[in-house]
Design a protein around this ligand. Structure first.
Ligand code: EPU
Length: 418
């Protein structure tokens, strides 16, 4: 692969910032929104269903006016399609003191509890109940409080930040997640008049305010999309300039790639990745930010199968995030998994095969493996990939990849047509 690719706005920031627009007493203009990915379409459909006016000003800029939002129940059919639908709990609770959302969907990598979210809401004075798969939270008053998370959790940090933004007094979140999208959400809310300090550290202080106003705000570039193109470049021994990135957000990925013998040059808002020689083994352990991101674990594992020697990949966040390994093995990879640890015997090459995208980042790993493999691979269930990668087919093709999306009519439609 060679050439230049421009990175879209961050999915995991967009799916938190869009619900936060609920607080604005006036329109918000949000730029750099990855509008073509399905998780963003779903969260926008949820807001529209609740009564928001959503207008596309151009391909990546939205005008969202939530003044007329009146409903506080998120339809099951929409909520179950994505994990981040549960940010509507924090946002609606924060604005209306009541919210009802179904237990969320999203990628399946083991049990994904929400006890820390509920613990945080409770600390602010809310009650919660679960009925028919719907979580209901409500409060007479929301009062600032001390919230200590038992583990570092991105979702609960965001949800409690949302619920606390208009609560009376001071909320202090301890053991908060520090991911770039946490900082982005805090910056967005502050640009609307919120008073949030410390986002990006493990203590976030939120002084509740009475009113938040409309704003214009640009979402940060997607760290994981950038990392995926970095890994794909290395896998194909390419030379690619990856534009519209914040190199600081990529540091842990850059460090691992350099360890593998990949050259990464950082500029102000781009990185150049070049890979000329063989890839060398390295060990990787995923950790909360600023550690190596779990959302890059499948992609780096795919890359390590192409390296020389044995690498150990340890998953530090999720119980079951190696489901895709069987698919890589169909392409000739030699990997053994024991719980949260995978031992990758680098074979230096992969062979094309029909494979499945078992979840979003696993799908990205299949794309990387297929680009590097000898022959033509077919990846099924690409709807997972479309949840998080904007125009992946187009972006890769421009870099010289031979990739084509094929729509196979589903069997029942085909049968009816006969
Ligand atoms: N956890 C609990 N209780 C909770 C919340 C979390 O036990 O109430 C545990 C989880 O089971 C997990 C750990 O805490 O073991 C971390 O979970 P976290 O809450 O941080 O994850 P999340 O908010 O559900 C977000 C991203 C994921 C990413 C993780 C970790 C979004 C929409 N999703 O999930 O992204 O893997 O943080 O960084 O922001 C992806 O984009 O592919 C993706 C899955």
């Amino acid at each position: 692969m060679s050439g230049e690719v421009s990175i879209s706005g961050a999915k995991n920031a967009a799916v938190a910032i869009i619900p936060a627009a609920v607080f604005a007493e006036g329109p918000c203009v949000i730029e750099n929104v990855p509008t073509e990915i399905s998780d963003v379409s779903v969260i926008l459909r949820i807001l529209s269903d609740l009564g928001a006016e959503v207008k596309m000003l151009n391909k990546n800029t939205l005008r969202i006016d939530c003044t007329r939002v009146h409903k506080t129940v998120v339809p099951y059919e929409l909520a179950r399609q994505m994990r981040a639908s549960y940010y509507m709990l924090g946002a609606l609770l924060g604005r209306f003191h009541t919210a009802e959302v179904s237990m969320p969907g999203g990628c399946n990598f083991g049990v994904r509890p929400i006890d820390q979210h509920l613990k945080g809401f409770k600390a602010l004075g809310a009650e919660w109940s679960l009925e028919n798969g719907m979580i209901n939270v409500s409060a007479d008053r929301l009062v600032g409080s001390q919230v200590y998370f038992d583990m570092v959790t991105v979702g609960a940090t965001i949800n409690v930040m949302l619920a606390a933004v208009k609560a009376e007094g001071l909320t202090v979140i301890e053991n908060a997640a520090k991911e770039p999208h946490i900082v982005d959400l805090a910056n967005f809310l502050n640009s609307m008049g919120a008073d949030i300090m410390g986002a990006g550290t493990d203590t976030i202080k939120i002084h509740g305010v009475e009113h938040l106003h409309g704003t214009t705000y640009a979402i940060i570039p997607d760290q994981i999309e950038a990392g995926t193109y970095m890994a794909a470049t290395a896998a194909t021994h390419g030379d690619v300039i990856i534009k519209n990135v914040i190199p600081k957000h990529l540091e842990s990925i850059t460090a691992r790639l350099r360890k593998m013998g990949v050259e990464v040059t950082e500029y102000d808002d781009s990185v150049r990745v070049t890979c000329n020689g063989p890839l060398t083994k390295t060990n990787v352990k995923t950790m909360p930010h600023p550690g190596f991101p779990t959302d890059m674990q499948p992609q780096i594992t795919a890359l390590l199968t192409l390296a020389e020697g044995t690498s150990i990949v340890t998953e530090g966040i999720w119980d079951n995030r190696f489901r895709y390994v069987d698919e890589l093995m169909r392409m000739g990879a030699d990997i053994s998994v024991d719980g949260r640890v995978a031992v990758v015997e680098g074979t230096g090459k992969l062979i094309a095969a029909p494979v499945k995208a078992t979840d979003l980042r696993a799908g990205a790993a299949m794309v990387i493996a297929a680009l590097a493999a000898e022959g033509t691979s077919q990846i099924e269930d690409i709807e997972h990939i479309e949840r998080g990668y904007e125009e992946i087919e187009l972006k890769l093709r421009r870099l010289g990849a031979q990739i084509k999306k094929i729509v196979i009519p589903d069997a029942t439609t085909a049968a009816k047509a006969l």
